[in-house]
Design a protein around this ligand. Structure first.
Ligand code: BG6
Length: 498
């Protein structure tokens, strides 16, 4: 990776929930990689805040454990540099006095260094306390820096941003009490996945695609995020969210926007966000009366994955009465001239047969000549790349044809590793680039699309299906897709398997 001797402002990244799952699985390894690439500001500090008090040795152990589980060959020098930039503060997010301590800590740091730091507050905490933390940051005067507007204060908030349309609106208006939209960085890490970032380049830098990217040539679009993992260690979080809020509201709707948005006027954050928003605002919300037809939910039962027996969701969360969905399939339509009539199918599930995320663009067939439609697959995980199915003549003396795949695979074309989404997001927050972060309008528009489904599903278990862990979801998912198109495109593990 290209490293630049950046001239980023001195920055302190305060991570709330430093000992939690998100920090240890994603944020600390991402910071290690940024350090290793030489991309962190010269004056940089990570301040982990947590109820747990850890001494220096325990802090190093936390970093070691988190980084070693994710990184194969840890560069000792980079690791040490990161440890030197790491500190912790014992902190209870519910206690106002702790925000005063945090402010004092930051002031002391600035006095000691005779520098004014940009302050980034990363809320890696349960969504239920986002609002109260944002409030207390403001009330504790942490929304300002020592230079009063010369340095920046930014707040990074994980998804889900709200629990439904109403709470998202509330959270947005609440956060505006102290922070402007330019200061709020709402995380949707799917937007920062390397292949997702490539969607716009693929579409708009290849005239071949741009001209056929509409309802005249495309018959349907399918976006799948299938996970073999369950809810390990995140039972409480998942019980409050479920697959619809966790994966669909943000990740899948954002992938849909990238896939269908118009060419932005330029590369600025504003122009790109504006086009993403147009799609979300033009997506027809699923009305209450259409839920049965356009939405399907299910929960995993016991089964086996990759040969190992696994228990049911009920057992995993220890609640026999839970009605939380771990699988969702939706059919959406975009009410724009170039997309009218193209069904967009979204689906996600936990404990599925295999792990993959991809976008399948199904082009129209030539029914008269009995020629199948081309399929363009944008594979986001695993084996990132893009594959196009073509019909070719089979070698030999007959006119027999066959479908073959023509592909671009990152691993074949590029030597560098793809940076993890969180590396990109942390770096963008440091440099103040909001392109890969959904705006508050996008958040509202995406909740609007699914709001009646969110409400209906939280009220009763009507229509809740079950599927064995290790399958491709409930049996009726097949008929569900067949109402709208030829059916789900099956997962092809051979794509970009090198
Ligand atoms: C998170 C969800 O946002 O994305 C998780 O909360 C999910 O439930 C995860 O497992 C998937 O992300 P990735 O990057 O591992 O595909």
């Amino acid at each position: 990776m290209e490293t630049n001797k950046n001239n980023f402002k001195p920055t302190v990244l305060v991570i709330f929930g430093i000992t939690g799952d998100l920090s240890t699985r994603y944020l600390l390894p991402a910071l290690y990689h940024l350090e290793n690439y030489g991309l962190l500001p010269k004056n940089f500090l990570v301040l982990g805040v947590s109820r747990k008090r850890l001494n220096k040795k325990e802090q190093t152990r936390l970093l070691t454990k988190s980084i070693e589980t994710k990184v194969e060959d840890v560069n000792k020098d980079s690791f040490k540099k990161l440890c030197d930039k790491f500190d912790m503060l014992s902190f209870d997010p519910a206690h106002e006095v702790d925000y005063t301590h945090l402010r004092e800590y930051l002031s002391k740091l600035e006095e000691k260094k005779s520098l004014c730091f940009n302050r980034l507050f990363y809320l890696a905490v349960p969504p239920s306390i986002f609002s109260s933390v944002v409030d207390k940051l403001g009330a504790g005067n942490l929304h300002k820096t020592c230079e009063h507007n010369m340095a920046s204060v930014r707040v990074l908030i994980e998804k889900p941003f709200g629990f439904d349309l109403e709470s998202a609106r509330e959270l947005i208006s609440n956060s505006r009490k102290y922070f402007t939209d330019e200061q709020l960085y709402r995380i949707d890490h799917y937007l920062a996945k390397e292949t997702a970032q490539n969607i716009l380049t693929l579409r708009f830098s290849n005239p071949l695609f741009e001209n056929v990217w509409n309802n005249k040539y495309i018959s349907n679009i399918q976006i799948t995020a299938s996970e073999s993992g369950g809810v390990e260690g995140r039972e409480d979080f998942y019980e409050q969210t479920g697959a619809l809020r966790d994966l669909v509201q943000s990740h899948l709707l954002q992938l849909m926007s990238l896939t269908t948005m118009d060419r932005p006027a330029d590369q600025s954050a504003h122009s790109i966000q504006k086009q993403r928003l147009k799609i979300l605002e033009s997506t027809i919300p699923i009305s209450r009366s259409d839920i049965a037809e356009q939405a399907l939910r299910a929960q995993y039962d016991s089964g086996s994955i990759y040969g190992d027996k696994v228990g049911s969701y009920k057992k995993d969360v220890g609640r026999n009465s839970t009605i939380v969905e771990t699988y969702v399939a939706l059919k959406l339509n975009i009410d724009l001239a170039n997309w009218r009539g193209v069904p967009i199918l979204l689906r996600t599930g936990k404990r599925m047969m295999d792990r993959y995320t991809e976008i399948a663009i199904n082009f129209k067939e030539n029914a008269k000549q009995k020629i199948p439609g081309n399929l363009l697959t944008i594979r986001i995980v695993p084996n990132e790349g893009v594959a196009l199915k073509l019909v070719v003549k089979k070698p030999g003396f007959s006119h027999q044809t066959e479908e073959v795949s023509m592909d671009f695979c990152y691993r074949r074309s590029f030597d560098d590793r793809n940076p993890d989404a969180y590396e990109r997001l942390i770096l963008d927050a440091i440099r103040g680039d909001q392109t890969l972060f959904p705006t508050s309008e996008e958040v509202i528009a995406s909740w609007r699309v699914i709001d009646s489904v969110v409400k209906e599903w939280s009220m009763s278990d009507r229509g809740l299906l079950f599927y064995p862990a290790g399958s491709w979801g409930p049996k009726s998912a097949k008929q569900f897709a067949e109402q709208y198109c030829i059916g789900w495109r099956p997962y092809d593990p051979a794509v970009c398997k090198i």
